[in-house]
Design a protein around this ligand. Structure first.
Ligand SMILES: Nc1ncnc2c1ncn2[C@@H]1O[C@H](COP(=O)(O)OP(=O)(O)O)[C@@H](O)[C@H]1O
Ligand SMILES: [Mg+2]
Length: 605
């Protein structure tokens, strides 16, 4: 079985700023459905901008015509034209906004849904190595940056480009010599933009990664608030937070400095050029070889181009940020999902018949373990017969949790095979596999939902009230009926807090509600008090009677639920037998079980 390694977030220093345009082009599939609207909006914006450029021409007509002739009616007419042009420009820009708002919100929502879907399908190994804050910030800040890019810079880099081109042509037509003077700054401005792009790209990537790290710390502080308070770690946690947020502040300031530098070039040089044309033009008007109207038209065109030119700086900055955001988005989207496995392949084992759960020569090493380190599981062979329950015992860190995680394929065995009734688990679709195998983890996770919903998560859509009641009965989770709204009580992050033992019982109910063929329980009774444990065990005994089960256990009382016990030690199964056999014959097992009154009592018998 090949394990596909998800790429870790590459280290910042080695990352080469890939081409902004190429990165942004990857957004095309998402933008495609709304391309017609975006294009219409761009055309409208270009139209509005060009209407703005007609205003100077009307001014020229007014200065050289009605004003020179002292004709008040003509001046009023000119004013009316100006008013109408201004209105048309405003209306068109408003229309553009209205056109793009809804489709772009849709694009953002679509991309976010895609990210969420991908996160759900990525293997556990991916989530092991990616900090959750990095994923959170990609789904929030980064996608917002992308939407803002589609709303403004994408359109306005085009619109402003066209506006500047048309404006320059108009100026050259008015007076080519003055036009050339205005064009002189173009060269240094373009050079500055190119240098700026590279530096800003690096800074914005750093900034966005730092937002991700900061998100992780905030998230951990909130989730771990009990530990932080309990150990009085406010200060050290606050220090970590302050350090990260100061780093981020530094990066943001660097971005601001870069933006300030480019803005000063982009704004100052054209202003100087306009000042020069003002002086030169006034002299020529005084000399009589340029009409006052032409100079007015020229200067007001130049002034009308100020916004399109000035805005280039921040439009480029926004594009740059959107490009890094896109890059970060696709780092997740490009990671390979777990393949769903063969479809509808209910391949019954040819001759094996009911064969239970079998580990054949299974070796496992965590994908991110240093190479050369010994595998966590080393050529494990284990056979759990149909209907049998097998307890798995081993020291802490011996790999019990890891072994149980291989059955529902949360991790892929590095080599060897695991079979359910003779069928290799890799030959089953994940859906079918996870339907036949039910798990309860050491850490019982509840979601922000009703108690009943949390439990029924473990069953198909058909399961209802009866199944729920049965599962709650098995797990001795009758306490839910005493909750304010019974099984409809909200629990989890945004609901009522339950005790560790209560959570474990719900997790156990979730594992048994689907009446699975195979049950994998990772230390399901560890947080229960002795009396509850005894009650759960009694109920569990009934479930285990006709289920093939693998149960990680620490206490003799739990071990006694199982028909046989396997001892995991040094990555290998070193002994299999009944509890009493192993107590007699295996020193390590006896040691692990020692110190527990039940164990000693059993031994003395
Ligand atoms: N996600 C992981 N990535 C890398 N190593 C891990 C991971 N989870 C557990 N390990 C390592 O694998 C070994 C076995 O862990 P585990 O299966 O949790 O032990 P147990 O459940 O028996 O206490 C430990 O040395 C642990 O450090
Ligand atoms: Mg464990």
């Amino acid at each position: 079985m090949a394990t596909t390694l998800p790429p870790p977030p590459p280290p910042l220093e080695t990352r080469e700023a890939s081409s902004t345009v190429r990165t942004l082009l990857r957004l095309w599939p998402y933008v495609r459905p709304v391309r017609a609207r975006l294009l219409t909006a761009a055309v409208i914006a270009i139209l509005a901008s060009c209407i703005g450029l007609v205003i100077p021409l009307v001014l020229k007509w007014m200065v050289d015509g009605p004003i020179a002739d002292r004709d008040p009616a003509g001046v009023w007419l000119g004013a009316l034209y100006l008013l109408l042009l201004g209105l048309a420009e405003a209306l068109l820009f408003g229309l553009r906004r209205w056109l793009v708002a809804r489709p772009l919100a849709g694009v953002e929502a679509g991309m976010r849904a895609g990210l969420y879907r991908r996160l759900q399908r990525l293997p556990v190994a991916f989530h092991d190595r990616w900090p959750s804050g990095q994923l959170l910030s990609r789904g929030t800040t980064d996608l917002m940056l992308v939407r803002m890019f589609l709303a403004f810079p994408l359109t306005f880099l085009l619109v402003n480009g066209v506006t500047i081109l048309v404006g320059v042509i108009i100026m050259l037509i008015q007076d080519w010599a003055l036009g050339l003077v205005v064009l002189i700054p173009a060269v240094p401005v373009v050079v500055t933009c190119l240098i700026f792009e590279k530096r800003y790209s690096r800074a914005s990537r750093l900034g966005q990664d730092q937002v991700g790290d900061l998100t992780t710390v905030v998230e951990e502080s909130v989730l771990g608030i009990r530990v932080i308070k309990g150990f009085g770690r406010h200060r050290s946690q606050a220090r970590v937070f302050r350090k990260l947020s100061e780093d981020l502040r530094g990066t943001e300031l660097r971005k601001a400095r870069l933006l300030g530098a480019i803005m000063s070039v982009i704004v100052t040089l054209p202003e100087l050029a306009i000042g020069t044309t003002l002086v030169l033009g006034t002299m020529r008007v005084a000399d009589g070889d340029l009409s006052a109207g032409t100079l007015v038209a020229f200067l007001s065109t130049a002034l009308a181009l100020r916004w399109p030119v000035d805005s280039i700086g921040f439009l480029l900055a926004m594009s740059q940020e959107a490009a890094t955001a896109t890059e970060r988005y696709f780092e997740v989207m490009d990671t390979e999902e777990e393949e769903p496995g063969p479809h509808g392949a209910r391949t019954p084992a040819a001759s094996a018949g009911d064969d239970g759960l079998r580990f054949h020569d299974v070796t496992f090493r965590y994908p991110d373990a240093p190479s050369g380190s010994p595998p966590v599981l080393d050529r494990v062979d284990l056979h759990i017969r149909p209907g049998e329950s097998m307890a798995l015992v081993g020291a802490t860190g011996s790999g019990k949790t890891t072994l149980t995680a291989l059955v529902p394929r949360l991790h892929e065995a590095t080599s060897g095979r695991i079979t359910l009734d003779g069928t290799d688990i890799t030959a089953l679709s994940r859906e079918e596999l996870r339907c036949r195998v039910s798990v309860a983890f050491e850490e019982p996770t509840l979601f922000s939902a009703a108690v009943g919903e949390n439990v029924l998560m473990g069953a198909g859509a058909a399961a209802g009230k009866d199944e729920l009641e049965r599962a709650l009965g098995v797990a001795q989770a009758d306490f839910v009926h005493a909750l304010p709204q019974g099984t409809d009580t909200q629990v989890g992050e945004q609901g009522l807090s339950l005790s560790g033992g209560q959570r474990q019982r719900l997790a156990l109910a979730r594992a048994v509600v689907g009446q699975p063929d195979f049950l994998v329980l990772d230390d399901p009774l560890s947080a229960l008090d002795v009396h509850t444990e005894a009650a759960v065990e009694a109920a569990l005994r009934r479930v285990l009677a006709d289920t093939t089960a693998l149960i990680v256990a620490h206490r003799p009382s739990t071990v006694l639920l199982a028909d046989r016990v396997a001892l995991l030690s040094g990555g290998r199964i070193t002994a299999v037998g009944t509890h009493h056999e192993l107590l007699r014959t295996n020193a390590e097992y006896a040691h692990l079980m020692a110190g527990d009154p039940v164990g000693q009592k059993e031994e003395q018998r």
